[in-house]
Write a protein of this length. Structure first.
Length: 159
């Protein structure tokens, strides 16, 4: 028995939202369509994860925000798709420290924090869901390998 549960949730329909020109005006229009402000860098809100000053990931239906962009940005489907994986239990942070290049145990990496980091040579976007769980967006082409790495690291496979 391990102190972390690794749960495959399936593929996520993710779109990359990029703003340009006057990004503040476009961000206001998109926020109105979403019903909430766009999150700050390194944070998430609702179905939106902020990756950089002018780039977000949006999960799910993007019809409303797409209609508000005009020539101030673009919403593009992420190529290849991502597998969503939930890591939960008391040791999920320790598991991310295995093969990772950031401090997953830092108190600053709290609820709704977002980071994209290599883990075992795979770029993974992480969102803290709660004190006891983290959602990982793993490129579908690398999901099998990363899941096996996590299972081995967590001691979850039969010996």
């Amino acid at each position: 028995m391990t102190d972390v549960t690794i749960e495959q949730l399936g593929r996520a329909p993710l779109h990359v939202l990029e703003l340009w020109g006057d990004p503040k005006a476009a961000a206001k229009r998109v926020a109105k369509a979403l019903g909430h402000d766009l999150p700050k860098v390194g944070k998430a809100q609702g179905n939106v994860l902020r990756l950089s000053p002018t780039t977000w990931l949006v999960e799910g239906d993007v019809t409303a925000p797409k209609q508000t962009l005009g020539d101030g940005g673009a919403l593009t489907p992420s190529g290849g798709g991502y597998e969503r994986v939930r890591l939960s239990g008391p040791a999920w942070r320790s598991l991310l420290m295995e093969g990772g290049l950031f401090d997953a145990e830092s108190p600053a990496f709290g609820i709704d924090s977002v980071v994209t980091t290599p883990i075992d040579h795979i770029a993974v976007t992480l969102r803290v869901e709660s004190e006891n769980a983290c959602l990982a967006y793993v490129p579908a082409s690398h999901a099998v390998d990363l899941l096996r790495f996590w299972q081995l690291s967590a001691g979850g496979l039969p010996r």
